[in-house]
Design a protein. Structure first.
Length: 132
């Protein structure tokens, strides 16, 4: 979390993060003590306007890449019947996020610049469908 705080502290707004440890009961890390981050978005620290989960996850990926440059972050086998694309690219709708994470020189401001136009278009498109 310290790396995330150092990179983009405002991307942590709207929620609380807490270190957590767990032991998986199956799969490749079964029985091993693993660490992670728990996101609290349902307590007094939650702020709907400030909480930006896509950026929070992007920041977590970026922090992992910076701390562990050789960590195999991206699944490289078929996902959802896609054989020509990485799973992260399918989930995210394209390579933008992955390329930003993997570019050591890319900053949070760069990702803001790339994502803001799409976010504004989404806000505009959904406005007519809001009930309140």
């Amino acid at each position: 979390m310290a790396e995330m705080q150092a990179l983009a502290p405002r991307w942590l707004d709207g929620c609380r993060l807490r270190d957590c440890w767990f032991e998986p009961t199956f799969h490749k890390h079964q029985g091993a003590l693993c660490s992670g981050v728990q996101i609290h978005a349902e307590d007094p620290g939650y702020d709907h306007q400030a909480f930006r989960p896509w950026r929070l996850q992007a920041l977590a990926f970026k922090a992992i890449r910076r701390l562990y440059p050789d960590y195999p972050l991206w699944r490289d086998f078929p996902y959802e019947y896609e054989h020509g694309k990485l799973a992260i690219d399918v989930i995210n709708g394209g390579p933008l996020l992955r390329e930003w994470v993997d570019d050591a020189a890319a900053t949070p401001q760069d990702l803001d610049g790339l994502a803001t136009a799409d976010e504004q278009a989404w806000l505009s498109a959904r406005r007519a469908h809001l009930r309140y």
